[in-house]
Structure formats: structure tokens, C-alpha cells
Ligand binder design. Structure first.
Ligand code: ADP
Ligand code: MG
Length: 362
């Protein structure tokens, strides 16, 4: 996978080409372009109301596009004035409120989309899917007797039964407990992989996105901020919104000095600025909690512990630097400092992420 998600059109399952979608005259998503390669799993990630569901519904064919084009498996399925019907797209969908049919048993629910298959094919497919989702032998069970996670897996099997080329999932795990959610996301991911199905997940939960997707589109206010791997979203956020929305961290003021270096309350931080900012420019610098390390023996930066959160393997400390600037710092939990302790830090930046000063989130 390339980091931009741009691949040859022939290998792409989903192509969004400069797409606007909206309701009546109001545009909700603007100028979205991305390519999801066949067999890969993508994700639309962003806060509530940013247009994720609208875009997913356009991919499914429930909404038309006001501008641009959607291509699925090389075929133009949506453009202004033309919308191929959802049932002609080889697309399956799983929603948050995925309600199974309560009066049908598990086999009846899964068989819903393959009623026209021969009985033998149908039964074989149901057995195969139940094995895949870890519920072999549950054919005759009724939905009310199953846990939420089991019901969600049945809904997934129902959507996968007709072997869609593309499976669209709209916040399918939102009603689950947090601990269950990432597990289920991982499980669904391996099921899609086993079926060779391309997937596109909508979520507002970055942990779910990280557990599920090969490539993630971060949306804000109906616009695409970045279409990239989780690793790059975290380490190379394209703008302040992505930096803020994905992962933890703080943004502190700095001033560019010569030679790819920024002067901050943490001292001079070296890294590549790619000539984007001249010497003397006031900038904002992203500090991730792992960009600084506690080093009681040799650390040259003084800080005071303001707050801490125990997270199992590590602590997330909120620290105050000499000039009052606050940063986050992650440290192994065998060092256990208390509030108002004075600690020492050293820099641990592997690269520099810098934004123009005051570039707003909007
Ligand atoms: P998300 O899924 O990211 O929460 P949505 O796509 O549901 O966002 O909504 C994006 C925007 O479109 C919101 O402002 C919402 O109010 C508006 N919207 C969603 N559905 C409709 C609709 N059927 N008619 C008019 N506006 C809508
Ligand atoms: Mg939504």
C-alpha cells in the first residue's frame, strides 16, 4: 500500500474522484478523492456530523453525488445525473442498529440475501459462514438467545452471505462495550480477509479504526484531511486537526532557528522542516507523549508532575515545564512519581511535526 492510498485504478475496488454529496441544495461532503485497493480495508474516521454516513451511503448508492464520480471495481456507478441502484453494486452493509429478524433463527437470518440459491448451496454457505464467525452449530438458535457480540457477528454473516465485493460497515460496534469493540473489530477484519472482501468502516473511534483498517480517511466538516495508514496519521499528521484528533499529544509554541531546528520550552528540537518555514517564523510544534522521556539521571529539562493516569503498562504524566508550558509524557509504570514531584526529561523526537502558528482546527 502506498501512503497516499493512490494505486493504479485497475486494482482499486473503490474510487472516489472529487466527490460532493449532500441533501437538497446543501452539500455535506466536499471534494473527496481516495482509492481503496481491492481486498483492503479502509475507514472513514471523524467526529459526529462530519459526513461519514453520508459518504458511505453514496458509496452504497442510497445517495447520489452532486459532483465528481464514484467507481466500484472499475465501473462508474455514481456521477451527477446517474446513480446505479444499490442492489446492482455488489455491496453489503452492516449498520449500528443491525436488528436481526427476531422471528427467524440464525440460519434464516443468514439466508435472507441468498434465498434464491439452491437449498444445498445455501446450507453450505451458512455452515461456512458460521464456522468463519466462530458460531458453528448455531443454525437453529434464535437472536434473543445470543449475546450482543454474537448477534453482531450473525449480522455480519448475513451481509457477507451473497459474497459482496465490498462490505460497508457503519459504526457496527458502537453499541458494544469498549473492551469488546476493538476485539470485535480485529475479528471482523480477519473474517473479511478470509473472505477476500474489500471493506469500508465508518467510525468516530480511532482505536477501532486502528484495529480495523489498512488505510484511514480522517474527515472534518465534510472535508478529507488525510487518507493514510494509522502509523502516518499518528507520526505524520497532515494538519492540526489530524494531529489533535488522532492520538494524544500537546501543541506547544516554537520559533524556527537555522538548520532545521525549532526553539521551544523544551529547548532546541532538531528535525526536517523541508524548507516550509524560514528562520524566525513562529510555529506550533506537536509533542507526542513518547517524544520526551523521563531521565532522572541525565535529563536536562526540568519539569513538575501536574497529573498522572495509570494505564497498566505505563503512566501518562501531565508535566509543567519551567516556563509553564504543559506537555504529556508516557513512562513505564515501574517508575511511580507523585503529583508535584520534580522530574527530568530528555528529548526523544524521531521527527518534527510543525504547523503554522494559529492555523485553526476548523
Ligand atoms: P456522521 O455520520 O459523520 O455523523 P452524517 O453523514 O450523518 O455524519 O451527517 C452529516 C451532516 O449531514 C449533518 O449535518 C447532518 O445533519 C446532515 N444530514 C444527515 N442526513 C441528512 C438528511 N437525510 N437530510 C438532511 N441532512 C442530513
Ligand atoms: Mg454516522
Amino acid at each position: 500500500m502506498t501512503t497516499t492510498g493512490r494505486n493504479s485504478a485497475a486494482a482499486a475496488e473503490v474510487v472516489l474522484d472529487d466527490v460532493d454529496v449532500g441533501y437538497s441544495a446543501q452539500r455535506v461532503v466536499h471534494a473527496i478523492s481516495l482509492e481503496l485497493p481491492r481486498g483492503q480495508i479502509g475507514c472513514l474516521l471523524g467526529p459526529s456530523g462530519c459526513g461519514k454516513t453520508t459518504l458511505l451511503r453514496a458509496i452504497a448508492g442510497f445517495e447520489g453525488v452532486m459532483r465528481g464520480e464514484i467507481r466500484l471495481n472499475g465501473e462508474s456507478v455514481s456521477r451527477p445525473g446517474f446513480t446505479l441502484a444499490p442492489e446492482k453494486r455488489s455491496v453489503g452493509m452492516v449498520f449500528q442498529d443491525f436488528a436481526l429478524f427476531p422471528h427467524l433463527d440464525v440460519a434464516g437470518n443468514i439466508a435472507f440475501g441468498i434465498r434464491r440459491w439452491s437449498r444445498a448451496d445455501r446450507e453450505r454457505r451458512i455452515r461456512e459462514l458460521l464456522r468463519l464467525i466462530g458460531l458453528a452449530g448455531y443454525e437453529r438458535a434464535y437472536p434473543h438467545a445470543l449475546s450482543g457480540g454474537q448477534q453482531q457477528r450473525i449480522a455480519l454473516a448475513r451481509a457477507l452471505a451473497p459474497k459482496p465485493q465490498l462490505l460497508l460497515l457503519d459504526e457496527p460496534f458502537s453499541s458494544m462495550d469498549v473492551e469488546l469493540r476493538t476485539d470485535l473489530a480485529r475479528e471482523v477484519r480477519s473474517i473479511l480477509r478470509a473472505e477476500g472482501t474489500t471493506g469500508m468502516l465508518v467510525t468516530h473511534d480511532q482505536h477501532e479504526a486502528f484495529a480495523f483498517a489498512d488505510c484511514i480517511a480522517v474527515l472534518n466538516n465534510g472535508r478529507l484531511c488525510q487518507w493514510d495508514t494509522a502509523y502516518h496519521l499518528y507520526h505524520r499528521p497532515a494538519d492540526r486537526f489530524v494531529a489533535d484528533f488522532v492520538g494524544e499529544g500537546t501543541i506547544i509554541p516554537g520559533k524556527v532557528c537555522e538548520n532545521d531546528c525549532v526553539e521551544t520550552a523544551l529547548g532546541k528540537i532538531h528535525g526536517t522542516l523541508s524548507g516550509r518555514f524560514g528562520p524566525g517564523t513562529a510555529v506550533d510544534v506537536l509533542v507526542r507523549p513518547d517524544d520526551v522521556a523521563l531521565d532522572i539521571e541525565q535529563g536536562e529539562i526540568q519539569a513538575e508532575v501536574l497529573a498522572k493516569a495509570f494505564r497498566g503498562a505505563d503512566f501518562l504524566y501531565t508535566l509543567k515545564l519551567a516556563d509553564g508550558t504543559e506537555i504529556l509524557c508516557v513512562a513505564p509504570s515501574h517508575d511511580n512519581f507523585v503529583i508535584s514531584d520534580h522530574v527530568r526529561l530528555r528529548l526523544n523526537f524521531s521527527h518534527l511535526v510543525v504547523f503554522p502558528r494559529g492555523d485553526s482546527r476548523a
